[in-house]
Design a protein around this ligand. Structure first.
Ligand SMILES: [Ca+2]
Ligand SMILES: [Ca+2]
Length: 344
C-alpha cells in the first residue's frame, strides 16, 4: 500500500473517530455547565439508599419504587443486597418506605427491577404492577406482571414475558392486563457491544408493542429509548430518546430518563441527567448531577420546558424520575437515594 493511501486512510479513520467522540460528548453532556436550582423544603427518604430508578404513582397517593438496580456498567452502593420494590404513601409528610413481599414463585435473589408501570382494571379496581426485570447474573430482559395486594403489602407474581423484540428493555407502559408498550435502550444484548453501540451513536433502538397475540415494532430509529408513559386521556404515548435529549419531538436540552404524567394537569415530568457520562463513569469526587424538568403544553406549538430542580450531586445523584402528588414532589435516582420535596 502506498504511503499516500496509508496517510489518507489514517486521516479518514482519525476524522471519523474524532467526529464520534465529539458527538458522544455532546450527547452525554460531557462538557455541560449547569446552573443549580434548589427547592426549600426537601428531605431525603429514609430507607432508600440504593436507588429508586422508577416510581409509579397510584391515584390514591401510594407509589411503587423500584430500588437496587444492578448492571455491570452501573455503580451500585450495595452490590450484594437483593433489589426490592418499595411502597410509599405520598399523603404523608414524611415517607416510610415498605418493601413489598414477592410471591415465592419468583426468585427474589436474582430479581433486578428497572422500569415500572401499572394497569388498573376499572371493573374491579385490581392493580397490576408491570416490572422490567434483568435477572442476575444474565442481565437479560423480561417483563414481570404482578397483582398488588395492598392490605398484605404483597405482590403475587402472575406472568413472566420474554420476546426477541424485547431484548434490552428500559421502561414500559401497561395498556391492558397483559399488554404494554416498551422502550429498548440498546440494540445489542451483550455489555461490550452496548458500549460500542453507544459510542458509535447508532440509531438502532425502538419502541415495541406487546400483547399475547400481537408483538410489533411501532417506532424505530431511536438512539436509546428510555421512559415511556401514556396521556391521561389514553390518546398519546410519550417516550424518551435519551441521547437525542428528546421527549417525543420536544428538545429538553438534557438526557431525560423516566417520565411521569401529572394526573391533574397533564404536565410531563422527568428526572434527567445533565451529564450522563458521570452516571456511567462514576467518580466519588465528581458524582452525577440531578435535574427535574417539567413540560407544559406539550401538544402546543410552544411547549414550556421548566427546570424545577438542579443539584450537583451533593444531595442526590443521577435523578431518573420525578412524580408529583398534591404539591409534593418525589425524585428518584438510578442507584442513589430519593428526595421528597414540598412544592410552594
Ligand atoms: Ca415507568
Ligand atoms: Ca429509565
Amino acid at each position: 500500500m502506498g504511503t499516500m493511501l496509508k496517510l489518507t486512510l489514517l486521516g479518514v479513520t482519525l476524522g471519523f473517530l474524532g467526529e464520534r467522540i465529539y458527538q458522544f460528548c455532546h450527547k452525554t453532556g460531557f462538557f455541560k455547565e449547569v446552573e443549580l436550582i434548589d427547592l426549600p423544603n426537601c428531605q431525603l427518604v429514609k430507607g432508600i439508599e440504593y436507588g429508586s430508578e422508577d416510581i409509579h404513582l397510584l391515584p390514591n397517593g401510594l407509589a411503587f419504587i423500584s430500588s437496587g438496580l444492578k448492571h455491570p456498567a452501573l455503580k451500585s452502593f450495595a452490590p450484594n443486597k437483593p433489589a426490592e420494590i418499595f411502597l410509599v404513601d405520598l399523603n404523608n409528610d414524611v415517607l416510610h418506605p415498605k418493601p413489598l413481599q414477592l410471591s415465592k414463585d419468583i426468585d427474589a435473589s436474582s430479581f433486578n427491577p428497572h422500569g415500572l408501570s401499572v394497569y388498573i382494571d376499572e371493573r374491579d379496581g385490581t392493580v397490576y404492577l408491570f416490572v422490567v426485570n434483568h435477572p442476575i447474573p444474565e442481565y437479560n430482559s423480561c417483563i414481570e406482571i404482578f397483582k398488588f395486594d395492598e392490605k398484605q403489602k404483597y405482590l403475587l407474581h402472575l406472568k413472566t414475558i420474554k420476546h426477541p423484540l424485547l431484548q434490552s428493555v428500559n421502561d414500559i407502559v401497561a395498556v391492558g392486563p397483559e399488554s404494554f408498550y416498551a422502550t429498548n435502550d440498546y440494540y445489542f444484548e451483550s455489555v461490550p457491544m452496548k458500549i460500542v453501540e453507544g459510542f458509535l451513536g447508532l440509531k438502532w433502538t425502538n419502541l415495541v408493542y406487546y400483547s399475547p397475540r400481537n408483538v410489533r415494532e411501532v417506532a424505530p430509529g431511536l438512539y436509546s429509548g428510555n421512559g415511556i408513559v401514556i396521556s391521561n386521556d389514553k390518546k398519546f404515548i410519550y417516550a424518551v430518546d435519551i441521547m437525542a435529549h428528546a421527549i417525543n419531538a420536544v428538545d429538553v436540552d438534557t438526557c431525560p430518563d423516566n417520565l411521569f404524567v401529572d394526573p391533574v394537569t397533564g404536565d410531563i415530568w422527568t428526572g434527567a441527567h445533565p451529564n450522563a457520562y458521570k452516571v456511567f463513569f462514576y467518580k466519588d469526587e465528581d458524582p452525577p448531577l440531578s435535574e427535574v424538568i417539567r413540560i407544559q403544553k406539550i401538544h402546543s406549538d410552544h411547549p414550556i420546558v421548566t427546570r424545577v430542580y438542579v443539584n450537583n450531586g451533593s444531595v442526590i445523584q443521577g435523578s431518573s424520575v420525578a412524580a408529583v402528588y398534591k404539591k409534593k414532589l418525589i425524585i428518584g435516582t438510578v442507584f442513589h437515594k430519593a428526595l421528597y420535596c414540598q412544592l410552594d
